[in-house]
Each structure stands twice: as C-alpha cells, then as structure tokens.
Design a binder for this molecule. Sequence first.
Ligand code: AHG
Ligand code: MN
Ligand code: MN
Length: 295
Amino acid sequence: MTDADPVVEAVFDAVAATAPEIRDALPGRRVESGTENPSGETVLAGDVYADELLLEALSAVEGVGSFVSEERPEAIDVGGAVGEGAYAVAIDPLDGSSNLRSNNTMGTVVGVYDAPLPASGRDLVAAGYVLYGPITTMIVADDRGVREEVVERDGDDPGVTRSVVDDDLTLPDEPTVYGFGGRVPDWPAAFREYAREVEDELKLRYGGSMVGDVNQVVTYGGVFAYPALVDAPEGKLRLSFEANPIAYIVESMGGASSDGSGSILDVEPDGIHDRVPLHVGNEGPIDRLEAALDG
Ligand code: AHG
Ligand code: MN
Ligand code: MN
C-alpha cells in the first residue's frame, strides 16, 4: 500500500472540517443570492457561503496552489506553482442546491489535480464528496483506493471526528438502481430507448442531487446519468468539479464512466466550466449505453 499524500490528506481534513459548518449554515441560506454563476445558473445564499468557506479553508492548505469553483469564473491563485509540487483543487461547493428548498440531499464535490485547470481527469490525484444526508458522510478516492467516512462534530470542541466505515469501497457486482437526469422528451432517441430497457430492469432512485444519486449507485450498484439532451448536447454537469471527480471515484471502485463514447477521464476540456454528458456505474450498463449511443 502506497503512503498517503500529505497534501491530499490535508485537503480532505479541511473539507471535512467545513462540513458541519456548511450543514449548520443551510437553514438560513435557502434564498437566492441575486447573482448567477459562470454556468448561468441562479446562485443561492448556501452556494455563496459554502464557496467562501471552502476557499478560506483550502487556501490555508500548504501545497494547494489554485482554487477552482463552480461559483467563480476563473481559478484563484492561492500560492504555489500548480503541477510543480502544488495541486489545483476544483470544488462544487454545494451540489444539488435546488434541493435546499425541498430539504433533500446535497453535497460538496472535490477534485485534486496535479495540473493547472482546465485539465483532463487523468491529472486527478484524488477526488471525493461530502454527502449531507441523514448523516454526513465523505467518500475519498486516491491511488490507495476508495474509503467512506462518517463526519461528525467533536462534541463542543472545534473540529470534527472522522470514522472510516469502509476502507476499501468497491461497486456491488449486481446493478440494482438507476437515476437519469433531464426530462424524457429532452433525451435523444437512442438514450430514451436505452432508458426504457433499464427501467424494466432496475429500481428508480433519482433525487435531483448528483452526489445523492451517485451515492445510491455507489451503495447499491447500478447506473447514474445526466445525459446529452436534444437541445443541450453537452448535458448539464460540469467536467472539472462534477463529472471528473465522480468518474475518478466510480472507476476507482471498479465501475466505469462515459461521456457517451469513452471514459470521462479522457475528455480534454477547453474551459474550467465545460459541461459534459455524465454516465457512471457498473461496467455492464455503461457498456450497453455506449453500444446504444453508437447505433
Ligand atoms: P448544482 O446544484 O451544483 O448546480 O448541481 C445540480 C446538478 C446535479 O446536482 C444534479 O444531478 C442536477 O443538477 C439535477 O438537475 P435537474 O434539476 O435538471 O434534475
Ligand atoms: Mn453540482
Ligand atoms: Mn453547486
């Protein structure tokens, strides 16, 4: 087993430490901030708070040179030459923030790259996500494998306790659940036909937050997709801080990812907010998806 990368460990220490603060801040931040993000989406007060907290926390990590966020147009230089010893960290501060009003799951997504962004997923050295569900969990993937932790406040002390509940997370062999984003009439015909087959085989688990829906697949096996849409061939999810980290995690667990024709990790982006169709899960459903789209 290779040794832990101290900078990666410090990144996930910082992310875990912000989790209870983000969670506690949500009740009072369900309103729109009145701004749009670089993807043209409405930003909630919760998005802004999480973004600012994570920038502060990650800027303080020795070895992090650049901070990229869904909520910021450009990378923020936080010290250190990325790719020459420092890492770039890409963050979706609050994924699924439309679930804030409906009080459903949300998450924070993290990608740690050994290259300046925009970068391909092959430059990832680690990835993970925090899931704000009934309990707060964190998934961390690096070159040693994938682990799941429960993150809790440490009594009245500042800081958190992190309990590893599985230190070798692998995808269940048998797919059980599926979740497909977008609306049926907006799916291209080939995806619609694929979805019809999957609907007859697996159980629907779609909750409107990528982190929550992917965690269903991570837990029970199956397939999650936010596919290309007829009027949005690049789909909805962003490569740098949504698709790449999720693809890295699921492939590290023995699963597969696809942009429709090949691994998400091979997509070469032009910009840090590029969107990409995302499909992840067991190899069987992903192979069938690529065959269906290749028809
Ligand atoms: P974010 O809140 O970070 O913008 O992400 C929302 C994304 C993702 O979490 C989810 O899979 C997708 O939007 C849901 O989109 P729909 O509302 O179209 O289902
Ligand atoms: Mn998101
Ligand atoms: Mn978000």
